[in-house]
Design a protein around this ligand. Sequence first.
Ligand SMILES: NC(=O)c1ccc[n+]([C@@H]2O[C@H](COP(=O)([O-])OP(=O)(O)OC[C@H]3O[C@@H](n4cnc5c(N)ncnc54)[C@H](OP(=O)(O)O)[C@@H]3O)[C@@H](O)[C@H]2O)c1
Length: 257
Amino acid sequence: MGRVFITGSSEGLGLMAGRLLAADGHSVVLHARNKARADDTRAALPQADGVVIGDLAGMAGMRQVAAQADAAGPFDAIIHNAGIGYREPRRVATEDGLAHVFAVNVLAPYLLTALIERPGRLVYLSSGMHRGGDARLDDPQWERRRWNGAQAYADSKLFDTVLAFAVARRWPGVPSNAVEPGWVPTRMGGPGAPDDMSLAPVTQAWLAVSDDPAATGTGGYFYHQRPRDAHPAARDVRFQEELLGYCAGIAGTELPR
Ligand SMILES: NC(=O)c1ccc[n+]([C@@H]2O[C@H](COP(=O)([O-])OP(=O)(O)OC[C@H]3O[C@@H](n4cnc5c(N)ncnc54)[C@H](OP(=O)(O)O)[C@@H]3O)[C@@H](O)[C@H]2O)c1
């Protein structure tokens, strides 16, 4: 049985993946943004082996989460699930002056990957919207462009896919894959989302623990346990290195070799 850490697991797909894994007898460590949400999280999944607390919008919070995760680890797998959606009506600046969507959706998984002891496997939540992402780092903090929440989200999910494939290349011993869960009616997805909620947490849990040969490869992009094409830019080694370098520059922490 594996030990799995899931970010952003106080509700939605992270909590659902935690439930699936715990029901199969795996040890699950969840994560919530603050103490009140941690209480909700414990109540939602009492079988969890722990709840790490920290707000991933700020680099200080990201570092706190990494330190607590290391204290609760090592992990057989980490699912980088925490995220915010495409409905922010304006650019929200974090305490570090970054665009909120970029900080939570991109810098947090980057920095947690760089800081937490290398797990057995890594899974990153992408989205079908990543295909509309802009494969450039011209203005990733939306300081010059007119704000477009859907574009900022699509870009962030492209960057998550780039990150998954970059880590797969840099760390060949650690399977690292990206998942498109479908558009489902979580808080983020909204009540009208058309896809099957019961399937949405399955692939990330499967990639985290299954011995199925299809789940143990690296550098894959999956939808409902099947490979699917990702945006071609995600395979571009130069772009991967550019994104890693950009995140390292902001965070002051390189991805270990
Ligand atoms: N739902 C969809 O249709 C869909 C489609 C494609 C991809 N995805 C991806 O799937 C992942 C999960 O989405 P979801 O639909 O489950 O969303 P959700 O229901 O809104 O849940 C998001 C989770 O992330 C946490 N989170 C957000 N910002 C945080 C922060 N600053 N610090 C700590 N935790 C934070 C939330 O905590 P709080 O509850 O405290 O805010 C919550 O636990 C995301 O990466 C998303 O991009 C979802």
